[in-house]
Ligand binder design. Sequence first.
Ligand SMILES: NC(=O)c1ccc[n+]([C@@H]2O[C@H](COP(=O)([O-])OP(=O)(O)OC[C@H]3O[C@@H](n4cnc5c(N)ncnc54)[C@H](OP(=O)(O)O)[C@@H]3O)[C@@H](O)[C@H]2O)c1
Length: 300
Amino acid sequence: MSRILLLGKGGQLGATLLPHLQTLGTVTALGRDQLELSQSDQIAAVVADYQPEVIINAAAYTAVDRAETEAELAQRVNGDGPGKLAASAAAQGARLLHISTDYVFNGHQGQPWQEGDDTQPLSVYGRTKLAGEQAVRAALPEAHWILRTAWVYGTQGQGNFVKTMVRLGQTRKTLRVVQDQVGSPTWVEDLAAAVVALVRLGDRAPAGTYHYTNSGVASWYDFAIAIFEEARALGLPLAVQTVQPIPTCDYPTPAHRPAYSVLDCQKITALLGHPAPHWRESLRIMLKDYLQTLAKEVGQ
Ligand SMILES: NC(=O)c1ccc[n+]([C@@H]2O[C@H](COP(=O)([O-])OP(=O)(O)OC[C@H]3O[C@@H](n4cnc5c(N)ncnc54)[C@H](OP(=O)(O)O)[C@@H]3O)[C@@H](O)[C@H]2O)c1
């Protein structure tokens, strides 16, 4: 049984991970109020206090658009904090599993991104996450796992695309959704299972960078259509009648996002011995659970 320190316990991934990690050992889960990643001078003392064998960093500054105007804070949380965490892990002889993102790539490619492909982030968020990766590799070369993922959704934590579509689909007749950004929607439960599998493998999972998303590819438009089809099939009354595919230029955002975000997941598939579920299958399972929860809330 391992001593595990989990950061970001209230986030989408952190909250999902917590119960699964508890099957692997003794888990200490911290929120921002217990460990503020932007205060990197506090990190070493907190890590030393808990003496973990494995640290999982599911905390990050994830407000992609706001980061464009809060670059310094995003860098402290996503870049400097993880570097300090890795150095603290090295001092304790602990491993660090650090979560990163498809946004380290520029999206100007027509085939899935491999772990070793050149990075070129288009946004402040992407640049700061890349800085975090680099700092983690430098401080803990032999004992890090960097797990890049993309398009994450689940029932826990704050909003995500699925929750937004379910909400809007119940009130709006027409929706416009971007069709020229392509990626792999990833259910946070599947991502959490991959994290647990890596931790369980321990020494048998070589240090380095891995990509993990659900299988298959979709545009945001495809994803929205699938959400509405699955939600209708599950009996959710929806107002939406038309989903209009639009180009990114018709939906301007402060941060630029990669057009082609599909990650090549062969490396982790070989390690785990099975491919990730297809995104549509996972979406169906998530929606069943989420819509039941919503129905209970309405009934209360
Ligand atoms: N969501 C996606 O689509 C996506 C895609 C690719 C990669 N990722 C990566 O996946 C990881 C998990 O993302 P997520 O979707 O679970 O994000 P999330 O729901 O936004 O959760 C982020 C967590 O980080 C915590 N946090 C934020 N600022 C902090 C700070 N200064 N100090 C300490 N903790 C702080 C938050 O705490 P509070 O609850 O107190 O705010 C929250 O618990 C992140 O590394 C993210 O970059 C996410």
